[in-house]
Design a protein around this ligand. Structure first.
Ligand code: RET
Length: 280
């Protein structure tokens, strides 16, 4: 002020290093992670119990579906106890008039345990649906590989830097891979499932349609949370919790209950699963 009075010129504001912003989980997020962990454990027990009511030779859907919820239980246990989480450091550019741009440091938690979970469980979900549709091995393999690419590039996107092509570049690649998954599953699966009879065809269209709607919400939640940080870490946890419950336990219960009622959904793998089991 003294300098301003004597020279008549406003002093250049000193650069005060501003404090970084931390975006992390609070009570509601932590509680949600524990609740979903318990739901996934209960679903695993129920699905395993259901499998004991049928001979081993007919257990493939049950085994796959139980593995899906077991993996989810493991990943939710990790996240609820603070494992599988890292901070992504984002330099947010702030532009000002007349003064050079400055950067603000934001540190946001990335729950990478989710991606480990998804890289195993989404292929298993696709195998469930592919077997239901009677999809051939070639289409199934391509769908699974595209799915793994989608999850791994999504993981890179989550740790991408802003102001470089990293974040939204990886996100675009992941979205293209997702379209490949939907193409193999929805378009080809529809044709092959109809060949298994009209009841299987109708059921496949319903459960695959449900799957496509739920799965499409994941990249949308990602874009609002990790992508543009318009959603708090707690809201992100709650949004994924709802989606995960629909995509795993609800999907699984629907598949297994319908399969038990509809013998046409049986899987024919030419002895790959049942070889040597006889009538067991
Ligand atoms: C990401 C971000 C990058 C773009 C896309 C994504 C898609 C994720 C999906 C996840 C599905 C998860 C499921 C979990 C089961 O509980 C990786 C979010 C396209 C489709 C079904």
């Amino acid at each position: 002020i003294q300098a301003m009075k004597t020279s008549g010129v406003a002093p250049i504001p000193s650069v005060v290093p501003d404090r970084p912003t931390y975006q992390h989980v609070h009570d509601s997020g932590s509680r949600t992670l524990w609740v979903v962990f318990v739901i996934m454990v209960i679903a695993s027990i129920v699905f395993a119990g259901m499998s004991w009511r049928v001979p081993v030779s007919k257990r493939l859907y049950y085994v796959l579906t139980t593995m899906i919820t077991i993996f989810a239980s493991i990943s939710y246990f990790a996240m609820a106890t603070g494992h599988g989480i890292s901070y992504n450091h984002i330099k947010v550019r702030e532009s000002h008039n007349h003064v050079p741009d400055t950067f603000h440091d934001v540190y946001r938690q990335v729950f990478w345990a989710r991606y480990v979970d998804w890289s195993v469980t989404t292929p298993l979900l696709l195998i469930d649906l592919g077997l239901l549709a009677g999809l051939n091995g070639g289409h199934m393999l391509m769908a699974v590989v595209a799915d793994i690419i989608m999850i791994l590039t999504g993981l890179f996107a989550a740790f991408g830097s802003e102001g470089t092509p990293q974040k939204w570049g990886w996100y675009t690649i992941a979205c293209i891979a997702y379209l490949v998954v939907v193409w193999h599953l929805a378009i080809n699966g529809r044709v092959t499932s109809k060949a298994k009879g009209s009841k299987v065809g109708k059921f496949f269209v319903a459960i695959a349609g449900f799957t496509v709607i739920i799965w499409t919400l994941y990249p949308i939640v990602w874009g609002i949370s990790d992508g543009s940080r318009k959603m708090s870490v707690d809201s992100e946890i709650i949004a994924y919790a709802v989606l995960d419950i629909l995509a795993k336990p609800v999907f699984g219960a629907w598949l297994l209950i319908t399969h038990a009622r509809l013998p046409e959904t049986d899987i024919d793998l030419g002895g790959f699963w049942s070889h040597g089991l006889g009538g067991e």
